[in-house]
Design a protein around this ligand. Structure first.
Ligand code: B12
Ligand code: SF4
Ligand code: SF4
Length: 325
């Protein structure tokens, strides 16, 4: 953890404005709508005097890219294979916040991901790491497999020294991206990112991008896995971040058959639940289309008349693609 002042991220308003004005946020309208708060923590809570930033490791014990070449299974990004981190991190933040109040008084508010808070720039200002060329926070001892959370407080706590950029001439993350989502170092076109496409994007995905998604059905880890700073990081210690066995290598044919009730039962307590059955099955069908495995044709054909138009479109695309293999 580290501490910074609410006014420590002076560069963010202009960067965020440029990002939104260029339309790089795609359908994430919430980024554009609450730009004032995201740009300026003091606007979110004027009484805040310090921000305690926390990073928690979820580093896996293996290279998650190993499952990308297995076309019969769906690849789920590491952060979503275990319990929903929002719940776990929030509980920890609240515990720490309660301790802080008991020790020193003051008022607090805790945030993890769901509020309009610029978590990465604040974490850099609090000395936890720097925003790497892939735009995520990287720490010298943490690597980049970390979740971030924030405690805003009315207390004047001593601030830490901001961390400097240590990417140097490396560009491993930029070169690793399957969809060329980086416009350049530190700049991403979220509309091309597989994480955005599988989690945030509603409706059909452009066909040239579908083909590049491979078997990634929820999120993507390629740029994170490429970062050399991860070799200095310890593996996550909280067992609840460990992968659920059934989400390590789920067969695509099983996932394509999920109806709404099955989906909700299977993903209860998982962050995947939030995207709903239709978007999830759409992603699975794109992966089937990319599998090159004609044995999966029946699983796709069974969804060609799905009640959801995007699922039906994905199924027809998959069947057509497999028929050409
Ligand atoms: C929107 C969002 C997304 C979007 C957009 C991603 C993005 N890079 O912004 C999508 C859906 C694509 C996404 C994907 C992922 N996300 Co996300 N996401 C967020 C969220 C909610 C907001 C981020 C944001 O404000 N983006 C807006 C843009 C403008 O920000 P930015 O790219 O960081 O832009 C800065 C730089 O580009 C810089 N900049 C611009 N031009 C230039 C030029 C130069 C020269 C320089 C130096 C800088 C610079 O200025 C901008 C503002 O500071 C945060 C939670 C939060 N509240 O902060 C989580 C968060 C960033 N996500 C997180 C995670 C884990 C992921 C994924 C790894 C999940 C996955 N496995 O699929 C991927 C990683 C993809 C990637 N390479 O970024 C974690 C990251 C933890 C960390 N180590 O940093 C966060 C912090 C959530 C959390 N609480 O833990 N995410
Ligand atoms: S998460 Fe995947 S698709 Fe998104 S920028 Fe990183 S490598 Fe590219
Ligand atoms: S892979 Fe290289 S360029 Fe990318 S964030 Fe890590 S150190 Fe920086």
């Amino acid at each position: 953890m580290g501490v910074c002042r609410p006014d420590a991220i002076g560069h963010v308003p202009a960067d965020l404005k440029a990002f939104v004005e260029q339309g790089l946020h795609g359908q994430m309208h919430w980024l554009a709508e609450r730009m004032g708060w995201r740009s300026d923590p003091a606007a979110l809570w004027p009484e805040a005097r310090s921000i305690v930033m926390l990073a928690e490791s979820y580093r896996p014990d293996h290279d998650p890219r190993r499952d990308l070449e297995r076309p019969e299974i769906g690849n789920i990004s590491v952060y979503a294979r275990g319990k929903d981190y929002h719940d776990l991190v929030k509980k920890r933040l609240k515990r720490l916040a309660r301790w802080l109040i008991a020790e020193a008084g003051g008022e607090v508010k805790v945030f993890v991901d769901t509020a309009p808070v610029a978590e990465k720039p604040l974490a850099q200002a609090a000395g936890l790491g720097w925003q790497g060329k892939h735009t995520n926070l990287v720490g010298r001892d943490l690597g980049n497999w970390v979740f971030l959370g924030a405690i805003f407080t009315t207390l004047e706590l001593p601030a830490d020294v901001p961390e400097a950029d240590r990417c140097g001439s490396c560009r491993a993350c930029l070169d690793a991206c399957p969809t060329d989502a980086f416009l350049g170092p530190y700049r991403m076109d979220a509309r091309r990112c597989i994480s955005y496409l599988t989690i945030e994007h509603r409706g059909p995905v452009a066909e040239d991008l579908r083909a590049r998604m491979g078997n990634r059905i929820y999120g993507c880890d390629d740029c994170l896995a490429a970062c050399p700073w991860n070799k200095f990081a310890v593996v996550a210690s909280d067992i609840r971040y460990a992968a659920r066995p059934d989400l390590m290598a789920p067969p695509l044919a099983d996932l394509a058959a999920l109806d709404d009730a099955d989906f909700r039962a299977r993903f209860s307590g998982s962050p995947i639940k939030r995207i709903g059955r239709d978007r999830f099955v759409r992603n699975v069908l794109y992966a089937i289309g990319n599998s090159g495995n004609p044995a999966l044709t029946d699983a796709a054909r069974a969804r060609c008349a799905d009640a959801d138009a995007t699922v039906a479109d994905a199924a027809r695309w998959a069947v057509a693609r497999l028929s050409r293999t």
